[in-house]
Design a protein around this ligand. Structure first.
Ligand code: PEP
Ligand code: MG
Length: 755
């Protein structure tokens, strides 16, 4: 009979003895391969370790020529060993040499062995090497042997991760786990940060891998599963899932997985190979992770996250740790690493010590990105498998400007980034020097510059930039970071605090702009085919007037005795504006009746961001007290290109003739009606784009605080008269070449305007 001699439990116990023996790392590896070969009745057992360049080096062998150790190296795509590493799956063959991937290495003397079983050495789903056994006879390895070898590989993974093999790496080289990684993701928040990794949800460190008593481990596993199921059921039944920060859908998926027989059976099987319950959970999760990371189907990858969460819960239960994240004190220069994260969780960290943020998920318009930007923390999203590739304490660089990260960078890379960070700091310093200079062009045209904000933490930017005010306060952010719907009193408190911090400078409060991509975790979610075109912003406000009324009331009360500015988002028709204005006026009348102090003056403005309003410009300019152009949405709707979809969001240039003509129409109509107009979308915060807007006639902009310096530097060098002449000509003589970007850039260079 084949199979592990004395059962897998015996092998693992002997492995533990070898691991604990006071010998050199090489000696330990040599003993391990002898032990594994003997126990699995194989003539060969070899360990290949993944090096930083992606190659796999033979580190120890029993059965092959010993001279080949540290000599034989397979490329990442070479041979059966390369295949196992790239697929992260076991390969069992009765005749290895007839497999197309087989690569013969004469120095190893392996031509006499026919059957082959290789398994990946995995940790957290990341491949660290390959463990192989071989036999002369042509034979098929059974399930139990494959399982045992995988379990052994997991123990080896922990040995590699603990740094046990570092000293054996070839000179000038390092093992794969420590290799520098250059990750390319998406830009979430600008800036460059250097520091050391802190995992938002640290891996649960498993100290005891090998079980004394497998039957007892099965019992522990089953008890933990039962406890976890009860906890999830209770969470769902309590119905206050919002307070846990978890969405009900996620919990329902948890419940489904928690009862998934396949998952539970796999863990039981692994416990039976001799691992402790927690090590079994970790091993099954690592295998699943490795498989799922190779999936391109976004649905399956999403499920991986659910499974990860569940496995972590189970591990915490088994190891007696509380569920939920407990923050330890952050070290200086912390770079936070998370799979995903809610905005409230980020606000819980000590801002002063945070130098950067890396996420496995998170698009540029996600809420966490908005908060990271508000806090000035460089952030990059969509770094695949970041939480497994980065270990706590690793040196990490976040380049939010390029959307890239450097994990464990080489000294020259680190130095290059230090230079980049210094250069940025110098530029910022130059911008700071502009702070007290007026926002006036070279030929004396005054430009009104304001900032966009949405949280109280943004308010310090007012003083830092010396902005004229807040041209757009996105009130939905308070709703998005909260665990429950903010009450009218809570809203009033925030608006009051914002007005106080603004110290008399104007603040434009925009009413709730939720829906579309901005979902509130505690509000019932309506599935929509096209959420951007769906039930959002003022549409919700008009359909649920209680919500809008409550917010207007909070704003009017907060603004008692002061000038107040309120703005309505996503208005598509003048009629919608009038209906909303009716609600506002009724609230004002009620205040008067109740003899409550009201704002001394109220201006009610409108966002121009739905193209239909371009055909009612005369009317809306007459009715509204001011217009503010939301170029983000206006461009999305003008070009029918989803701003969240990277395949199309950059397809149309806002500096193209069509967009510029549309924008000129608005500024001209507002001018004729004597209605103030400004731009508060991203376009108004990019120097070249802002220059073009000034050329069209715009004189007022509201932008993110980070854009303030570059825009001010641009406009102070600008000659508006010359710009206007040239732009009129460009727009009139367009030859169908849609974008004016290159012509405008050339003009900026000619006029010596920094853009
Ligand atoms: C816009 O649409 O340009 C805008 C400023 O609003 P938001 O980005 O919040 O939709
Ligand atoms: Mg908008």
């Amino acid at each position: 009979m084949r199979g592990a001699l004395g059962g897998p439990g015996v092998l693992l116990r002997r492995l533990r003895e070898v691991m604990a023996a006071p010998v050199s790392p090489q000696e330990r590896l040599d003993r391990l391969v002898v032990l594994i070969a003997g126990n699995l009745v194989a003539e060969v057992c070899s360990v290949y370790v993944l090096l930083e360049d992606g190659s796999l080096e033979l580190y120890a062998t029993e059965g092959l020529n010993r001279e080949a150790v540290h000599l034989t190296r397979m490329r990442a795509d070479e041979g059966l060993v390369g295949l196992i590493a790239s697929e992260a799956e076991p390969v069992a063959l009765s005749d290895a040499q007839s497999h197309p991937a087989f690569s013969y290495r004469p120095e190893t003397g392996e031509e006499i062995y026919h059957s082959f079983l290789g398994v990946p050495i995995l940790r957290g789903g990341a491949v660290m090497g390959v463990l192989v056994i071989q036999n002369r006879a042509s034979r098929l390895y059974n399930e139990e042997e494959i399982e045992t070898l995988q379990t052994t590989a997991m123990i080896m993974a922990e040995m590699i991760a603990a740094g046990g093999l570092k000293s054996l790496a070839p000179p000038g080289s390092m093992i794969g786990l420590d290799r520098p990684i250059h990750g390319v993701g998406v830009k979430l928040a600008d800036g460059v940060g250097l520091g050391y990794a802190v995992l938002h949800e640290p891996r649960v460190a498993i100290t005891n891998l090998i079980a004394e008593n497998p039957a007892r481990e099965v019992k522990r596993l089953e008890a933990a599963i039962a406890e976890m199921r009860t906890a999830i059921d209770e969470l769902i039944e309590r119905g206050d899932v919002a307070h846990t920060g978890e969405h009900r859908d996620v919990l329902e998926t948890f419940r489904m997985f928690a009862h998934d027989q396949g998952w539970l059976r796999r863990m039981r099987e692994v416990v039976m190979t001799g691992l402790t319950a927690e090590a079994a959970v970790e091993r099954v999760q690592s295998d699943t992770r490795a498989k799922m990371l190779r999936q391109t189907d976004p649905y399956l990858r999403e499920r991986l996250h659910d499974l990860d969460d569940l496995a972590n819960r189970l591990l915490r239960t088994l190891m007696g740790k509380a569920n939920g994240v407990a923050h330890e004190k952050l070290p200086e220069n912390a770079i936070l690493i998370a799979r995903s994260m809610g905005p409230a969780a980020l606000l819980d960290y000590d801002r002063v010590r945070l130098r950067g943020l890396i996420l496995e998920e998170g698009g540029p318009t996600s809420h966490i990105a908005i908060v990271a930007r508000a806090l000035g923390i460089p952030a990059v999203g969509e770094i695949v498998n970041a939480t497994a590739l980065i270990q706590s304490g690793d040196a990490v660089i976040v380049d939010g400007q390029a959307g890239e990260v450097q994990i464990r960078p080489q000294p020259d890379v680190e130095n290059a980034y230090k230079d980049k960070a210094r250069l940025r700091a110098r530029k910022q310093e130059q911008y700071r020097k502009l702070k007290d200079l007026p926002a006036v062009t070279k030929d004396g045209v005054e430009i009104n510059l304001q900032i966009n904000a949405g949280l109280l933490v943004d308010m310090h930017s007012l003083d830092e930039t010396a902005a004229a005010g807040i041209g757009l306060f996105r009130t939905e952010l308070q709703f998005m970071v909260a665990q429950h719907m903010p009450t009218t009193t809570e809203q009033q408190a925030l608006y009051g605090a914002v007005l106080k911090a603004a110290q008399g400078r104007p603040v434009v409060f925009r009413t709730l702009d939720i829906g579309g991509d901005k979902v509130l975790p505690y509000m019932e979610r309506v599935e929509e085919e096209n959420p951007a075109l769906g039930w959002r912003a003022i549409r919700i406000g008009l359909d649920k007037p209680r919500l809008l009324r409550g917010q207007i009331r909070a704003m009017l009360r907060a603004g008692a005795g002061q000038d107040m500015r309120i703005m309505l988002p996503m208005v598509a028709t003048v009629d919608e504006f009038l209906r909303a204005r009716f609600i506002v006026r009724r609230e004002l009348a009620m205040m008067e009746k109740q003899e409550r102090p009201a704002p001394t003056n109220l201006e009610l403005g409108v966002m121009v961001e739905v193209p239909s309003l371009l055909f009612e410009l005369a009317e809306i300019s007459r009715e509204a007290d001011f217009l503010s152009i939301g170029t983000n949405d206006l461009m999305q709707f003008l070009f029918a290109a989803d701003r969240e979809n990277r395949r199309v969001s950059e397809r149309f240039d806002p500096l193209c003739v069509a967009a510029l003509r549309a924008l000129r129409t608005i500024v001209e109509a507002a001018g004729e009606a004597g209605c103030p107009v400004s731009v508060c979308g991203e376009m108004g915060g990019k120097p070249l784009e802002t220059m073009a807007l000034i050329g069209l006639g715009y004189r007022s902009f509201s932008m993110s605080a980070a854009s303030f310096g570059p825009v001010k530097a641009m406009l102070r060098a600008l000659d508006v008269r010359k710009l206007r002449e040239r732009m009129d000509w460009m727009l009139a003589s367009s030859d169908g070449a849609s974008s004016l970007r290159s012509q405008l850039s050339a003009l900026a260079t000619e006029l010596k305007v920094p853009v």
